[in-house]
Design a protein around this ligand. Structure first.
Ligand code: SF4
Ligand code: SF4
Length: 276
């Protein structure tokens, strides 16, 4: 089963939930939060493989170019600009779609690799782990996420998504079986949770909610989920022990109480997700 862990907003504890669930259940872990992958801080796997991720971008042969500007006109991302001195290429804007190469009437464009980041593969005791790292200043994360998902051969996997509900998240949750939405009992948390829920419903993905920093009392997230008939998978309390373990880069499941809690949550996900 492929399970994505998302949060409408940053700082809700998405990575904490992802790494602890993966370890507690023995599921493999993929960090698709490629702009800020921090799951390995807690899992500390032995890295066995590193590989670059590239996209294909155009390289224009000035000798062949007849300055027709057809490539400039077709580029939907403004990555090419026609000037008196030839065509200028802005590599960071290029999405590697290949349209300019196809349209060039004289074959003046060839496609070359441009490295945008890398992937690391490793093992942490009982689980396999992967993470993508987008190079600083690179705007396009989705090719790395797609490559990560393609490389993953494990059946049961936790996919740690980036926060929000942008195209990077959409790319990470394509073809998953179940989604875990991590939120916190604040107005901001609820606001962004609603956006994440909308995305799940649009993409027809079954999901449940984990409330981080919640307590035993009913909060605004409980009430909202009750009204919407949304499954609450569990709560992680506002506990100093959690903050201490987190600040030391340790897993919460190092504590027996939390190990039991994450196993219970994992079991629930397994049961609900398998029924869909
Ligand atoms: S590959 Fe696509 S995005 Fe890149 S320059 Fe060509 S047309 Fe524009
Ligand atoms: S389409 Fe080809 S020939 Fe025309 S401007 Fe672009 S590179 Fe030059």
């Amino acid at each position: 089963m492929k399970i994505a862990v998302l949060s409408g907003k940053g700082g809700t504890g998405k990575t904490t939930v992802s790494v602890n669930l993966a370890k507690a259940m023995g599921w493999s872990y993929i960090d698709c939060d490629v702009e800020e992958p921090n799951g390995f801080i807690f899992l500390k796997p032995n890295i066995s493989k590193k590989m670059d991720v590239s996209i294909l971008v155009p390289k224009i042969d000035e000798q062949k170019c007849i300055h027709c500007n057809k490539c400039v006109d077709i580029c939907q991302f403004n990555a090419l600009a026609g000037t008196n001195n030839g065509v200028l290429f802005f590599e960071k804007l290029c999405h590697g779609c290949g349209a300019c190469t196809l349209i060039c009437p004289v074959g003046a464009i060839e496609e070359v690799d441009r490295v945008i980041g890398k992937i690391e593969v490793g093992e942490d005791e009982n689980i396999s782990c992967m993470r993508g790292i987008l190079n600083i200043g690179e705007p396009m994360a989705t090719p790395i996420i797609k490559q990560l998902k393609k490389l993953n051969k494990e059946e049961d996997t936790i996919i740690d998504c980036s926060p929000g509900s942008s195209c990077t998240v959409v790319s990470a949750i394509e073809k998953i079986d179940y989604a875990v939405l991590v939120t916190e009992p604040t107005e901001f948390g609820l606001h962004d949770l609603k956006i994440a829920i909308q995305l799940m419903r649009q993409m027809n993905i079954p999901f449940g909610v984990i409330i981080n920093r919640g307590d035993h009392k009913k909060d605004l997230i409980d009430r909202y989920c009750e009204g919407e008939n949304i499954n609450i998978l569990g709560k992680i309390p506002f506990d100093k022990k959690v903050a201490v373990l987190y600040s030391k880069g340790k897993l919460l499941i190092d504590d027996l109480v939390y190990e039991r809690k994450f196993k219970e949550i994992g079991q629930k996900i397994w049961e609900v997700g398998s029924c869909n």
